[in-house]
Structures are given as structure tokens and as C-alpha cells.
Design a protein around this ligand. Structure first.
Ligand SMILES: Cc1ncc(C[n+]2csc(CCO)c2C)c(N)n1
Length: 224
């Protein structure tokens, strides 16, 4: 399967049920076969723009919580990719659909959106880089898995641009870099055998909760 590092593989296995609900959600399957209503997609995209604002803040917090230059490099590259590329993609798609940048920026934030991003930020505020990365990885890696699978399984061209963004070598490289960051940060702070650490269960729980919040985010997308 995907090669996003050792910690991610272990955490995903520990959160199997929610992980499946997240990566094979009805919303995702609707993008695969093109049956997802355009209104649901645009609603999701507008919420996702707000989501990305707070996710950029969370990755900026990862710079703050870094202890090495290498950790800072990955975190800062992610902040840049988010602000300079991913948010631009949303602005472009929405503009083409007649939603101005001003209107996009003024999108009222849904509760499911708020719950997810503030959960991630709180994990980082009160914890260290490991707590923060456990909350951030489901988002990064989940879209990596979804993109790769839909690129080969999609039976419709309707959502091909979205799929290609996350299936791209660029994005897959970013997932790999985050996986390496996570493994190295764990090894540095709690040792090579990190899954045997007393902290491991709690980190897995944070990963699982973030995964459940991703499920709720897709569900919100289906209810404009
Ligand atoms: C709800 C939701 N979950 C995940 C992503 C994907 N994503 C969020 S931040 C980021 C860049 C690296 O952290 C990526 C790819 C999204 N857009 N919306």
C-alpha cells in the first residue's frame, strides 16, 4: 500500500473502522463515479477554504514546536504549499463557479469544520510536536490515499482535477515527507521503539479522533 512511514501505518491499523469510513465515504465515492451533486462539492470547497486557513495556522504551530532545522523545513514547506498552492486551487475553482474571493473568505464556518480544526490546534497548543502531528496526519495521508485510489478507479471525469491534485507526484511526495517527519520526530523524542512508549496509546487516540472528524467533515459536505 502507501509508503507514508511506519508510525502512520501503525496508527491507521489501530483506527481501521474510522479510517475506512473516512477514505471510502459516500462523498468520496460520489467523486469517483461523478454522482456527487455540484452544489455539495462547492459547499464542501467553501468550507474547506476556511478549514485550510486554520490548518495553515496548525502547520505554523508545527514550526513553533520544532526542535531541529529539518523539522522546521518540512513544517514550513507545508505552510507554503497550503497558503500558496492549495488555497489558490480553491479560490480558482470557486471563481470559475461564480463565487468571488471576497464571498469565499466570508463563508460562515460550520460547526463540524470548527470542531475539527480547533481540535487539531488544541492538540498542538497543549502538547508537543508529536501530539500535533498525530492530529495532522489523518488529513494529509487520507487525501493521499483517496487521490491515489480514485486516480485508478474513477469512472467519471467530473472531479478529475480534484483527484489529480491529490494523486500528483507533488502531493504524494509531500505525504512521504510528512511520514518521515513523523517517524523522525517520534524517534527523537520517545525512542526508536516508539510504539512501546507509554505515550503511544494517547497519540493513537488523537489520530483516531481526527479521523472521525474527517468523516464528519465529508458528511457536512453532503448537507449544504
Ligand atoms: C477536510 C480536509 N481534510 C484534508 C485536506 C487535505 N489537506 C489539508 S492540509 C493539506 C496540506 C498538507 O497538510 C492537505 C492536503 C483538506 N483539504 N480538507
Amino acid at each position: 500500500m502507501s509508503n507514508y512511514g511506519k508510525a502512520f501505518a501503525l496508527m491507521r491499523d489501530a483506527a481501521q473502522g474510522p479510517w475506512r469510513d473516512y477514505t471510502r465515504h459516500t462523498f468520496v465515492e460520489g467523486m469517483k463515479d461523478g454522482t456527487l451533486p455540484r452544489a455539495a462539492f462547492l459547499h464542501y470547497l467553501r468550507q474547506d477554504y476556511v478549514f485550510l486557513i486554520h490548518f495553515s495556522r496548525a502547520w505554523a504551530l508545527a514550526v513553533v514546536k520544532s526542535e531541529t532545522h529539518s523539522e522546521m523545513l518540512t513544517a514550513v514547506a507545508t505552510v507554503n504549499a497550503l497558503v500558496a498552492e492549495e488555497m489558490q486551487l480553491h479560490i480558482g475553482i470557486c471563481e470559475a463557479a461564480g463565487i468571488s474571493h471576497e464571498e469565499l473568505f466570508a463563508t460562515p464556518e460550520r460547526a463540524e469544520n470548527l470542531a475539527y480544526t480547533r481540535f487539531v490546534l488544541e492538540a498542538g497548543y497543549s502538547g508537543d510536536l508529536l501530539d500535533l502531528l498525530a492530529a495532522l496526519t489523518p488529513c494529509v495521508m487520507g487525501y493521499g490515499e483517496i487521490g491515489t485510489r480514485l486516480a485508478s478507479e474513477a469512472t467519471s471525469e467530473v472531479y478529475r482535477d480534484w483527484i489529480n491534485t491529490y494523486a500528483s507526484d507533488d502531493y504524494q511526495g509531500a505525504c512521504k515527507a510528512v511520514g518521515e517527519l513523523f517517524d523522525q520526530a517520534l524517534t527523537r523524542r520517545i525512542g526508536e521503539d516508539f510504539a512501546a512508549s507509554p505515550r503511544w496509546d494517547r497519540l493513537c487516540q488523537t489520530f483516531r479522533t481526527a479521523t472521525e472528524l474527517e468523516v464528519n467533515f465529508w458528511q457536512m459536505g453532503l448537507t449544504p
